[in-house]
Design a protein. Sequence first.
Lengths: 269, 408, 349
Amino acid sequence: MKAASIRSTAMYAYAVLLLAFILVPLLIIVPMSLTSGNSLAFPTPGYSTRWYQELLDDPRWFSSFINSVVVALAATFFSSLLGIPAAIGLVWGHFPGKRIVYAVVAAPLVAPVVIVGVAAFSFFAAAGMTGSLWALILTHTALAVPVMLTTVVASLQGFDRTLVRAAASLGAGTMRTFFKVILPLIAPGVVSGAIIAFIISFDEVVVASFLTTGEQRTLPRMIFSGVRESVSPAIASVAVLLVLFSALLLGVIAWLQGRAARMRAGAAS
Amino acid sequence: MSSDGARAGQRVRRQNLLMAAMVAPLVLFIVFIFLWPVARFLWLAVDNSDMTGNLSRTFAAIGEWRPADGPPPEPVLAALVEDLAEARANGRDGVLAQLVNQRLVGTRYLVIRTAKDASEGKFDMRPVSEVLLAAHPGWNDPALWSEIIRASGTVTDYYLLGSLDLQRSADGGIERVPADRAVFLDALLRTVWISIVVTVICAVLAIPLAQAIVSAPPSWSRLIFALVLFPLWTSLLVRTVIWIIVLQKNGPVNAALVFTGLVPEPLTLIYTRFSLYIAMVQVLLPLMVLSLVSVMRRVPTSYMKAALSLGAPWITAWRRVQLPLIMPGILAGAAIVFVFALGYYITPMLVGGPGDQMISSYIAFYTNTTLNWGLAAALSVQLLLILLLAALLFWTARALTRRRGALA
Amino acid sequence: MLKVRHSLAIVALLTASISCAQAADAITVVGWGGNWDKAYKEGVWDKYTEQTGIKIVQEEWGGELAKIRAQVQSGSITWDLVSPEAPSVEIGCAEGLFVPLTPEITGDPTKYHPGTIMECGVASDTWATILAYNADAIPGEGPKTWADYFDVEKFPGKRGMLSQAQYTLENAMMADGVAPADVYTELRKPGGVDRAFAKLDTIKPHVVWWSSSTQAMQNLASGEVVMTDQYNARITNDIVNEKKNYKIVWEAGFFYGTDMWSVVKGSPNEKAALDLLKWFSVPENQAGFSKLYAYGTGRVEAAEYVPAEWLKNLPTSPEHAKYGATYDTQFWVENKEALEARFKAWLAQ
């Protein structure tokens, strides 16, 4: 028994150590980004919010943020538009070739992102679409839609189809049934999927670096070119803000999932 | 009765048709916006239409003539100036000059200038040989004509061979390129090696962590698991950038090392293979833990308990009983980590040194900087093939462990 | 139904904002970023906007002809005036990517420094890659030649070096005792490139490679390297603005190159961009950049508008020009792809 308790103590100590390796870098840049100095030397000479102020003052950071939000919202919208009906069709329909559909849709998940970027660049350049954000939005939609599909498929799997038949027998049209019955029930899955889709697009840098220049530059693209020039405290500040942003979105998902679990429990009782 | 059944059957069929129709837009979208561009790009690895399309008359005129037979005959040169004038009119002369220059370095200006002169009507007289060869004696070079003749097929293996440091020799056989031009095999081996090392480190680090997660009390288990997975929600770029900040010469790690007196002066940690491994492991470790935990949660604890109660030392029991049971999880995690690592681009570029670049960075280099899309596509084909091969290997390994599990 | 209308509104909104991100009614000028762009804005473009009311939008790039080729071939051209290096202008001009310039635009071609006017471009700036060292790190007698730069016994410490073949091979040849004017003759000889790589082998363990000049300047400031190759204006900038104790060793020999202004053929503002270039070819207008950033101009008379004290910092000033030679455009146009690949392989060894 004693050996077992030593073993479990060692195991927890190890877990804490590894967690530190994974998480401390994300935390340590918070004080570093608050430096009053001109470089990211550690320990910091003093603290100030000047680098955050600099982000606000430089219009390029703001416009790249807006571009990222626009692209991510559009990519999320299109992947919902394509992903939700497809998920319903895949779960409820009986037709041959479902495995092929899954394989085709999963392709963007496993393809090396450089190949995706290069291929999209040559494709959209030939189509004359490199001058706008559309090329990036469409490619991001392709990258985000597999995740959208999987989350919605998962939330549909516990879905009671008699509700749809009930709605239909009461005379509700297909659209009405979808918006009034199906959507509210799978909403937590859809919103989680949408948030993940948003994050995938919002964080994506490689495809963006092939498809955007100048005014269409997204936030990650801006960070990427900034880092190659020099790693300044402003970059650290953006990094901190992005980590906080991710934490916030993750919190929303956790809350949604908790709510969904409670709803299911409530329905069962 | 039977008509009711038929009607029900019809309704089901119509229902299924509707469902299939709801899936169709997504499939079409992926095919047109994703698969088609990728396929179209990969095709460039063998595509030779920029050569054959722009030199069609020349290839036709060459026929059976070979440089060994003597200087290029009049019909060939006449066809050449017509082709070049047309290429210039279409704005394709620059691409053609680049392609010829790739095969024989030092011919780019020859092609561009000849095309310019031809389009300005300087070679409109017939016979043209004397004037052309006097103005641009480079067209007398038998080596140039050998290269052009070798590049006359509708498809070419030039780029695929090149991506393996191979080329066609003068007699048409395959030979290795001179040592000073051999680049890609090294890059290929480096890419595979880095991916293997990262996968092994991830597996070794993740197994005890996953074990801790599944054997902890539920609330702790959830907390640790959430914390391990948190980085997955932050961008890869941000996590990579953070490592530059942490590992730089006057960063926190060096400050701590110097402060504790472990090293007399700051070490060069960043832009090395070491920093690349650190960053890649931190980024990919959560994926390994994720697939391990999902398998471990399904493994009953009773087997371990039974082995321990029979008096086996813990480590032996773990190795003989637990390890085979969680092997599918290890293999699945390793497959994910390995496949992701193979395609890494941003991280090696930002935290690695010049000697740590992987295939992806060469693909980007040939696409952006030198515009050699054929070679970029050939390297992409290579990368995808390795990826498929790796997936196949892991799949086989998993099938084998499954069968062994079933036999035991 | 309400929700459908909502999503339609969202689509409309998105479409509007996406189209807004496209270029507006202004000339888009594409330069080399950072302080270079800043000097052009303050010294040249702002003046033009003030005089004509025409807005100028600045973008930056790394000189990749690929991007222009993609824009022209796809017909969606968003750049009007770009600054490529001279070799790229020559290729792009031959390919028909750039608009040929008439003397009506450029002014009298004989009034330009040699190599600063081409069929499709006029110089935006003439820069030099020079040897510089940190005099705080090397007190007393500093390095005088590229051979000194390669001599780690005489001058201990790490060296900063640009991680590409172009410019680096030239430096290695000078270190091996070749005069700047003869470097390309030697490089073209059989075994010439091998000679440069052999010389680079001798310094490899002592090199800190850089890919952006900001990195290189940080390394020089922090003492990570004691000397570095660098674009001359970056060093001058830090000597003047940050009072750094750096020295430029012009007499070690240097190469200078020229960036051009070229108009992208078929750009929506082709005419406006040509008008801008015409205005720019006035010597006084050109000088606005050189006054702020230590690079030379195309027009010879532009020097008259630059203070004599500052003129000494330009690579084209007579006291330095005698140590320099120009980059051989043709050599790099034809050999770049092969040599950069070889250089990458050499670096990874």
